[in-house]
Every structure is written in structure tokens, then in C-alpha cells.
Design a protein around this ligand. Structure first.
Ligand code: BGC
Length: 755
């Protein structure tokens, strides 16, 4: 097209697409009011009227800028495709300059000038890295999680990112699966609340602001249930588990207004998620009325061929669009085949129109037609990245995420007068401490090690450091120096765990003990230095089998991978500046053979007899207790909390009533602190059997030492509903057990009836 015609077309489009959606310079108030009332639909209609089929298909295509690679690279022609106007979105392009340069091509060199969407995995921070998501979940602090994702959006948006591929709301009940680290853990209610908090944080209240980004609920659905905890593996589950366990957190994100969804790599009941019409069209789009768009996971359309579901890539493209999947991340399938499929009458063009419309809608909502460059702001990039208050917020999150698993004879907190031996491969680490999926987080200079954190509290003369051993490997050459350090100190702090690469995508383990010689190192020190307190500080991306460590050490502080300011946050806990309040969002088993083990299992017809756990022909193991090492919801404090005086507003409620349950919590110890008060119920008889316990609410409260508070929960009929045998989300009358406790490890004592 010659230049003059081209500029005329672009000018026309600017008028149609850009000009009409703002309070732009107009003096005519009436005209402005009409403009403001114009729905995006009208603008999208006008734009789509001008688009060729190829251009519409372009909106359903995403390629990678390849600055980060998490899967096969299918094309190096990205810039060429952007110029041709056949790409709607890019991933793995970041920095204000890189995004602006590409956006310029899309806006100024294509026929219609439609801006690109830039997506990236901003999972627990962009530059300022917060604790890994499993750690964040351990804070049970929705405001803090929201704040962290707001900060992540602030940083990411400044470098031109419009869209994060988060939150991952896959229920994760298998510690072998590496991506459990990215999840909110095992519980439906907790994961749903946390999923909402992320969405609200990333998207803010107004998507058109320059510092808010699209969120993406992933991976729909069942990814966490991969057989044997092996990534990408098969998933088979019935409606009960799908509807009552795996779907609710996704539904919660839809209710919170999430703009996009991502498919999962797994197949679900024989159909790969990316071609699964039941979950995308029937449930997500029809039943839940989701108006945003669905992107595939990386290369997932192509993988339907490998799964043995599509005979070739062309058929895979057809299956995906028919299933309700709107955008193809990296498979090159939509780009290559959709036009042909439409022309052959194999794919209804309405499906392409719908997908294109959904993608364009997000671009309008973001305000990209108004100012396509507003996110790529080099000045803002300089100002917001690693802002001091962001680093401070990350420090607080690290402290709040830490879970005190055991603390014999109050070995913690440390005091400033004692000398400590600081031992372990992770004590001075800055590379692993920010965890996996750490976006552009700095794995050296910026991260604060545990050692640096401790230096804030202790002078160097009181810290005797020895590495002891590596995270992995058989070498015990450093054991001697570590034992010497331990002998010279008052207390021994060991910082052990996994490397960051041992969790995350494609990082499943069959052995969930501490890797390498680390447990041997504890044993060697315990043997040579029997009378000194050993405080084990852990960094890991999954529940570990700590059955040996639990016997060997006095104290265990689980810090997950605590992030950029992790060293400071963890030291705040070690020295009592922050009294630990984290609670496990996931069960820690005693051994890998118990997996899957989670608190709200169903009851067998021959349940284990608690008075005789080894009784034959009951549901038990010959060689292990059924119980976990540390239960869901467990987490100690430096103080003690007493729960008393549980009260119910009624013994029987009707279908339109609300039950109020209350409890008095008293801080009976020596420190002020936060406590996460948890509400559990048990629906005793259902048309489908119900879990033995279900979390239905929680409140994080602050109590000064000696203080008491009454904590109240309202239990509504909605809280008692589930997908029942008639496939209805409904409540069934009968008896319910109820309890308000500080962990899931308790027996019910109270009941009420619904009649
Ligand atoms: C992961 C997704 C991620 C995508 C893009 C995939 O390998 O499964 O969670 O968002 O890559 O990086």
C-alpha cells in the first residue's frame, strides 16, 4: 500500500478506534457524555468491520520474544509477523525499550495499527521478588497478597507488560509435583480466597490505568492432579472432585473479574485440556459467563498431537478454537491453519470473530487504543523498580510467610547476646532465595541472604559461618568445619533446603527429603554437639519429608523461598521482631508413601481406629501412621493461644438463616502476636460423601500478650452448598459438625442441624 493511502487508513482507524473512548480534548460536554457511554462493543464492531480474516486470526496468535524461553521456539520471524499484523500478543518481551520498539512496529507499520499485548510470567514479583506463592499462601494474609501483586503490577507495567500469566490456582495436593510451589496449596476455600486477592491486586480497580495489568487464571483445569506427581502427566477425575475441588478456585477468579484464562498441559478424562470443550465452552464460557479470553499454555495446541488426540497440527487448531480457546501461545497452529480451515468450511468464522473480539476487548479495557505506549515508560521503569517501600513490603511478606513448625524449649527467638554458628549451603545464598518463576528478579546482588539479615541483629564476631556441604552431591568435606563452628557457638542455626530449580515447572521429585548430605550434616553435628540447640531454617518449594529432622533438631522454621528481602524478613522472625504467624497451606507428610495426604480427605467405610491404629482390615498402613507430620493449618508462635467458649447462635437453622459461631481466643504467652483463627465444618451425611473437614472461613487477628478477643463467623447456606449427586450446587439438610481452631488437627465437639 502506498504511503498516502496507508496514512489515510490509519487516520480513519485512529478516529474509529482510538478517538472515541476518552475524555480527550473536547469542549462539547454533551458530545463527551455520549463518547463516554459508548460501549467497547461498538468500537470493536467498527474495527472488526475493517479487519480481514487473516488480521482477525492474528489476534488469536501469540509469539515469544524469546528473552526467556520456557518451551520450544517455533519461529524466529516474530518481527516480520508483527509487521504483517498477524500477531495479537507477545510473551517474554520486557524492558520499557524492547516493548516500545515492538509496539511501534505494530502501531505504526501495520495496516490497522492494532497494538500488541505483552504477557509475561509475573508470578510472585517482577523485580522485587516476594516469597514463592506457596509461602505467600502460608501467611493466610489476603491483604498482604493483594499488596504484593499490586507491587508486581507496578513494576511489570512500567516495563511494558500488560498481562501476567498468574495466578496459578491449581489445587495442589501432591508434594512430588514441582509446581506445588506456585500454588496456594491444597485447600479449596483458601486457594479461592487467595486467587481472588491476586486478581484484585494485579488488575486493580481500573484496568485502563497505566499501572494495572491483566491477570490470568491458570491452568484450566486439573493440572495439579497429574498422576504420580509427574509434571504434564495424565489426569482422570470424576465430577465430584472436579466440581467440588478443582473448579471452585477458578470460579472465584471469574467472580473477581479475571480477564483471561490459560489452558493446562494435562489431559482431563481423556481429552487434552486445550481441546476440551466441556471445560472451556460449557463450563467457563456458558455456565460461568466468562467474557474474557482463553490462551493456550505454551505449545499446548501442538501437544494435542503428541497426546494422540489430534492427527496433526491443523486438526489441533480446529479442536482448540472449537473448544473455546481464543489464543494460541507459540504453537503456530492458528497462524498456519485457521484461515484454511475457515475457507474449507471446517471452522465456523463466527468462532474466529468471537476469539478476536475477546482479545480486542482486553486491549480496549487496558486503554491501549488510547495510548499504546503508556505502559512502556523508561522513566517510570527507573523510578519504580526496587522502590524502597517495595523491598520493605517484600521483607514483611517474608516474615509473614514463615511457619514455625516446631520450637522445643523456646529455642527461638534468638537474642542478641549469644553467639551463633550459621551453617548450611543456603545460609549465604542469594541465588536460590528468590525461588523459581522469579521473573526478572536478581539472583545475586540485590537479594538479601539469611546471613545478611542476621548481620542486622548480630555483630560479625557473634556469627561463626560454615557452609557444611552443598545442597546436592555426596561431598562431606565441609562437615569438620561445621562441627567446629557448632562447638564454639551458643546456638546452631542451619539453613538447609532445596535449590530453586528443584521446584517449579518440570521439577517433580520422587524423594521429598532434604537432598544431598544435608540430613547427614545435621546428624554429624547432633552427634558431636549433643547439648546445643539446633534451629533448622528451611528453604524449599514443596512440603518435605522432615521425619528425621523433626527428631534431630529443636526448632524448624519453614521459610519457603522468601524472596528478594528474604534474609531480612527471616531474621526478623529469628530474633522475634516479628512473631511468626504463618500456617501451613499444605500438609507435610511423614513419608512419600502417604501421598496424596491432605486434611480434608473422605472417610473410608473402614476408617482407621484411633484407639488401635494398627487394627487389621481398617484403612491404615502396616508401616506408617496415617497422620501427617505437620497438619494443614499448623503453625506455632512464640506465644500461646487458648481457644475457649465456642458458642453457636442456634442448634438448628433453617434454609434462610445464618448461623453465628464464635470463640474466645486468648494470648496466654509472653509475646504479642497474630493468630489465624480457622473455621471448619463437616457435613455428616450427603447425597455424595463429604470430606471429614472443610475450611469455611478464617480471620487473622492480633492479640497483645494477655489479651482476649471474641472471634465471630457467620455461616450461611452458601457456605454449606456443594455439587451434589443431582449435579446441583445446593445444600442438603442434616447434621453438621463445626469447630473454630488454630489448625486442622482436632476432633469436632460441636454440631448443628439444618432443617
Ligand atoms: C507454563 C505456564 C507459563 C507459560 C509461559 C508454560 O511452560 O506452564 O504456566 O505461563 O509457560 O511462560
Amino acid at each position: 500500500m502506498n504511503r498516502i493511502i496507508k496514512s489515510t487508513v490509519v487516520a480513519l482507524l485512529l478516529l474509529i478506534s482510538y478517538g472515541c473512548n476518552t475524555t480527550k480534548d473536547t469542549t462539547n460536554k454533551n458530545e463527551q457524555a455520549i463518547i463516554m457511554a459508548t460501549p467497547f462493543d461498538a468500537k470493536i464492531d467498527s474495527l472488526m468491520d475493517l479487519m480481514t480474516l487473516k488480521e482477525k486470526i492474528g489476534q488469536t496468535v501469540m509469539y515469544s520474544g524469546d528473552l526467556t524461553v520456557t518451551g520450544p521456539v517455533v519461529s524466529n520471524n516474530n518481527q516480520k509477523y508483527v509487521k504483517e499484523g498477524v500477531v495479537g500478543a507477545m510473551l517474554n518481551v520486557f524492558s520499557a525499550k524492547a516493548t516500545k520498539d515492538l509496539q511501534k512496529i505494530a502501531v505504526e507499520e501495520t495496516r490497522l495499527g492494532i497494538p500488541l499485548l505483552f504477557g509475561y510470567d509475573v508470578i510472585h514479583g517482577y523485580k522485587t521478588i516476594f516469597p514463592i506463592n506457596l509461602g505467600l499462601a502460608a501467611s493466610w494474609d489476603l491483604e498482604d497478597i493483594k499488596k504484593g501483586s499490586r507491587i508486581a503490577a507496578e513494576e511489570a507495567s512500567a516495563v511494558g507488560i500488560h498481562w501476567t500469566f498468574a495466578p496459578m490456582v491449581d489445587i495442589s495436593r501432591d508434594p512430588r509435583w514441582g509446581r506445588i510451589s506456585e500454588s496456594a496449596g491444597e485447600d479449596v476455600y483458601l486457594a479461592s480466597q487467595i486467587g481472588k486477592a491476586y486478581v484484585e491486586g494485579f488488575q486493580g480497580e481500573d484496568l485502563s490505568k497505566h499501572n494495572t495489568i491483566l491477570a490470568c487464571a491458570k491452568h484450566f483445569v486439573g493440572y495439579g492432579a497429574a498422576q504420580a506427581g509427574r509434571d504434564y502427566h495424565t489426569v482422570n477425575m470424576g465430577e465430584d472432585e472436579l466440581r467440588n475441588v478443582y473448579l471452585p478456585p477458578f470460579k472465584a477468579t471469574v467472580e473477581a473479574g479475571v480477564e483471561t484464562f490459560m489452558t493446562a498441559f494435562n489431559e482431563l478424562n481423556g481429552i487434552p485440556a486445550t481441546g476440551n470443550k466441556y471445560i472451556f465452552r460449557d463450563i467457563l464460557k456458558d455456565e460461568w459467563n466468562f467474557k474474557g479470553f482463553v490462551v493456550t499454555d505454551y505449545f499446548a495446541t501442538n501437544e494435542m498431537v503428541v497426546h494422540g488426540y489430534a492427527k496433526d497440527r491443523k486438526e489441533a487448531a480446529k479442536l482448540a478454537i472449537e473448544a473455546g480457546v481464543d489464543q494460541d501461545m507459540m504453537s503456530n497452529a492458528n497462524h498456519l491453519y485457521l484461515e484454511e480451515l475457515v475457507n474449507e468450511g471446517e471452522v465456523d468464522v463466527k468462532l474466529i470473530d468471537d476469539a478476536c473480539r475477546r482479545v480486542l476487548l482486553t486491549k480496549y479495557k487496558l486503554g491501549l487504543f488510547e495510548d499504546p505506549y503508556k505502559y512502556s515508560d523508561e522513566q517510570r521503569e527507573k523510578e519504580v523498580i526496587y522502590k524502597p517501600e517495595f523491598l520493605e513490603a517484600a521483607r514483611q511478606s517474608a516474615a509473614m510467610s514463615s511457619v514455625l513448625l516446631k520450637n522445643n524449649v523456646s529455642s527461638l527467638p534468638l537474642n542478641k547476646t549469644q553467639t551463633i554458628a550459621l551453617i548450611g549451603p543456603l545460609a549465604k545464598d542469594k541465588k536460590n532465595i528468590i525461588g523459581n518463576w522469579a521473573a526478572e528478579g536478581d539472583r545475586n546482588g540485590k537479594a538479601i541472604s539469611i546471613h545478611q539479615g542476621i548481620q542486622e541483629y548480630l555483630s560479625d564476631s557473634k556469627i561463626i559461618y560454615a557452609k557444611g556441604c552443598d545442597i546436592e552431591g555426596a561431598d562431606d568435606i565441609g562437615f569438620g568445619a561445621a562441627i567446629d563452628a557448632a562447638k564454639k557457638a551458643d546456638k546452631i542455626v542451619m539453613v538447609l533446603g532445596e535449590s530453586y530449580e528443584m521446584s517449579g515447572e518440570a521439577a517433580s521429585r520422587t524423594n521429598i527429603k532434604l537432598p544431598g548430605r544435608q540430613t547427614d550434616l545435621i546428624k554429624a553435628i547432633r552427634k558431636e554437639v549433643p547439648n546445643k540447640k539446633i534451629i533448622l531454617v528451611l528453604m524449599n518449594g514443596r512440603p518435605l519429608d522432615l521425619s528425621e529432622e523433626d527428631i534431630l533438631v529443636d526448632t524448624i522454621l519453614e521459610t519457603w523461598f522468601p524472596g528478594t528481602s528474604g534474609g531480612y524478613g527471616v531474621a526478623d522472625v529469628l530474633f522475634g521482631a516479628y512473631n511468626p504467624s504463618g500456617k501451613l497451606p499444605v500438609t507435610f507428610p511423614r513419608n512419600v508413601g502417604q501421598i496424596p495426604l491432605y486434611y480434608n480427605m473422605k472417610r473410608a467405610g473402614r476408617p482407621m481406629n484411633p484407639d488401635n491404629p494398627k487394627e487389621r482390615y481398617t484403612s491404615n498402613y502396616l508401616d506408617s501412621p496415617n497422620s501427617p507430620l505437620y497438619a494443614f493449618g499448623h503453625g506455632l508462635s512464640y506465644t500461646d493461644y487458648k481457644y475457649s467458649d465456642i458458642k453457636l447462635s442456634a442448634n438448628t437453622i433453617g434454609f434462610s438463616d445464618t448461623l453465628t459461631a464464635s470463640v474466645t481466643v486468648t494470648n496466654t504467652g509472653e509475646y504479642d502476636g497474630h493468630e489465624v483463627v480457622q473455621l471448619y465444618i463437616h457435613d455428616k451425611v450427603g447425597s455424595l460423601t463429604r470430606p471429614v473437614k472443610e475450611l469455611k472461613g478464617f480471620q487473622k487477628i492480633f492479640l497483645k500478650k494477655g489479651e482476649s478477643k471474641t472471634v465471630k463467623f457467620d455461616v450461611t447456606i452458601e457456605d454449606l452448598k456443594y455439587y451434589n449427586a443431582s449435579s446441583n450446587f445446593d445444600v442438603e439438610p442434616g447434621e453438621f459438625e463445626i469447630a473454630i481452631k488454630g489448625s486442622s488437627d482436632f476432633n469436632f465437639e460441636n454440631t448443628f442441624r439444618l432443617e
